[in-house]
Design a protein around this ligand. Structure first.
Ligand code: GLN
Length: 551
């Protein structure tokens, strides 16, 4: 029997509903249950694919090519369960599906309305394809009280009746602010927020309360009685120093116990959380430390690079090292001497990106990494810029550019107009819709025998997630190879360059895909493990040189 846990949020946004959902799922999983996580987003975009990273943070890509909310990344990292297109929906998608059905005449003369048509469509998305799971956790984006989330809340209210209370549970995440002058944690915002939920017919069975200190018994009682929940179901979500400490912290507060008790499932035995303890221990007390400079365009909002930051952390775990991330706005590297900012970096990374702004700064960073033999990882746009840098500096093509920036005589990077997905041929033209039309999702690549990447992966066949519209132009391959750049990974049909590397550099790799999306704390991505390992080596080497110079 599949049970559904709905997770809503109140009081303020950014309380970490995504992490809370992922952590609860991880706890249920640690107790042997099969879990799946889903997210409903109340905005009108069909998916976040066309949104600026500043609006929305990172767009997370699934194997099946969906552009989804970044919380799905947390879900995958915490549970190892790969998300699918069907695990994230938005108001925009629901409406466009319902309207398409209406146009087809599927509603047979009915007046199409929010209730029941929109709510039915939401219920379908929640329930579809969940038969094989013990628990489905459904996170509702936004904050209770927003106009936008009403249809989703109504759908949940109805589902509790349709499926029964023994198969559904509502968890509400709130904030208990500490007011220093009163010396108290305040419960009123939580009470109000629960009232908002009750107004739309939803009574939560558990409150997860974000707080910077333990909840005193009197406050807990107060919340329980005002909000109509058991005192044991008022769970403190205390601030933690790393998100990976959340499962342990929630377990200590009795969260998983209380969920299982609610559903009438056995809860006495404690789950084995030793793997979580181990990674938290490594994160807190690593033996080494490295500094990685990340040269990007969206550095003012680190959520834009969520998976990347996590993957670097995982690479650190693999090497027992703390990874200090130095986020550098690419445009600052366009000034004379801008690259001094890279002086102390043990490794340099240029992540994915879009558009011309900052690209010259990224190219400068890449040149610096190549010339100074600093470990370098270029991801997607970062790989494309690495190829342009090589063309300009080493292959005698000073005008090398990407058609993403406008017409050019030397299109080292060009618009991808067709490619194969399995046996299907996909085609694109300039001027096509921007939404959902990139090369998206998991594609296979073949690695060159004996290359650095083949060694790092330990195989010559890989499958990685993509999100790009432009590609490195194969036409220039021979000239670039003559200049020292090895094309060490290609699409299986040999048409799309997937990986480039320099053989005469300690560690310089550019990849067209996004390895950060597949990295897990328990299973760090080999490229990130290798990259941080190279950074550690570089760090030790420069310490030695420094020591020699000063002694
Ligand atoms: N803008 C580039 C492209 O579309 C790179 C995209 C990316 O870095 N994800 O090909």
């Amino acid at each position: 029997m599949t049970r559904f846990v709905f997770i809503t949020g109140g009081v303020v946004s950014s309380l970490g509903k995504g992490i809370a959902s992922a952590a609860l799922a991880a706890l249920l999983q640690a107790r042997g249950h099969k879990v799946r996580l889903r997210k409903l987003d109340p905005y009108l975009n069909v998916d976040p694919g066309t949104m600026s990273p500043y609006q929305h943070g990172e767009v997370f890509i699934t194997d099946d090519g969906a552009e989804t909310d970044l919380d799905l990344g947390h879900y995958e990292r915490f549970t190892g369960v790969h998300a699918r297109k069907s695990d994230n929906t938005t108001t925009g998608r629901i409406y466009s599906d319902v309207i398409a059905r209406e146009r087809r005449g599927d509603y047979l003369g009915a007046t199409v309305q929010v209730i029941p048509h929109i709510t039915d469509a939401i219920k379908e998305t929640i329930v579809n394809g969940t038969e094989d799971y013990d628990f489905v956790l459904v996170e509702i984006g936004g904050t209770v009280g927003d106009i936008e989330s009403l249809p989703f809340l109504e759908a949940i209210r109805q589902l509790r009746n349709d499926l029964g209370h023994d198969r559904t549970m509502c968890v509400h995440l709130t904030l208990l602010p500490y007011i220093p002058s009163a010396g108290e944690l305040k419960t009123k915002p939580t009470q109000h927020s629960v009232k908002e939920l009750q107004n739309v017919g939803i009574q939560p069975q558990m409150l997860l309360c974000r707080s910077d200190r333990p909840i005193p018994q009197t406050e807990r009682q107060k919340i329980a009685s005002f909000c109509n929940v058991r005192p044991e179901a008022v769970i403190a979500a205390l601030d933690v120093d790393t998100i990976y400490a959340c499962p342990i912290a929630y377990h200590e507060q009795g969260m998983d116990r209380e969920v299982l008790r609610y559903f009438g499932l056995p809860f006495e035995e404690s789950p084995d959380l030793s793997k979580w303890e181990k990674i938290v221990q490594t994160i807190r007390h690593p033996e080494k430390e490295v500094r990685v400079a990340i040269v990007g365009k969206y550095t003012a909002l680190l959520d834009s690079y969520k998976s990347l930051a996590e993957a670097l952390l995982h690479g650190g775990i693999a090497n027992n090292a703390r990874v200090r991330m130095q986020w550098i706005d690419a445009e600052t590297l366009e000034k004379p001497d801008g690259t001094v900012a890279l002086q102390n970096a043990d490794a340099i990374l240029v992540p994915g990106g879009f558009g011309e702004r900052g690209s010259e700064g990224k190219i400068n960073a890449i040149r610096y990494a190549r010339e100074h033999k600093i470990p370098f990882l270029g991801i997607c746009f970062g790989m494309q810029m690495a190829v342009i840098e090589c063309a300009r500096s080493l292959a005698g093509l000073p005008k090398a550019s990407s058609t993403e920036f406008g017409p050019t005589d030397e299109p080292l990077v060009g618009l991808m107009t067709e490619w194969a997905r399995g046996t299907e041929l996909l085609r694109r033209r300039e001027g096509d819709d921007l939404g959902g039309t990139m090369r998206l999702g998991a594609y296979k690549a073949k690695l060159l025998e004996g290359s650095r990447v083949a060694h790092i992966y330990g195989t010559t066949e890989i499958r990685e997630r993509h999100r790009h519209r432009w590609e490195v132009n194969l036409h220039y391959k021979d000239r670039l190879e003559a200049a020292g750049l090895v094309f060490s990974g290609m699409s299986p049909d040999g048409i799309l360059p997937e990986i480039v590397e320099y053989a005469d550099h300690p560690w310089f790799i550019g990849v067209q895909y996004h390895p950060e999306l597949l990295s897990k704390p328990f299973d760090p991505h080999p490229l990130f493990a290798g990259f941080i390992e190279a950074a550690v080596r570089h760090h030790e080497h420069s310490e030695k040189m420094h020591h020699k110079a000063t002694s």
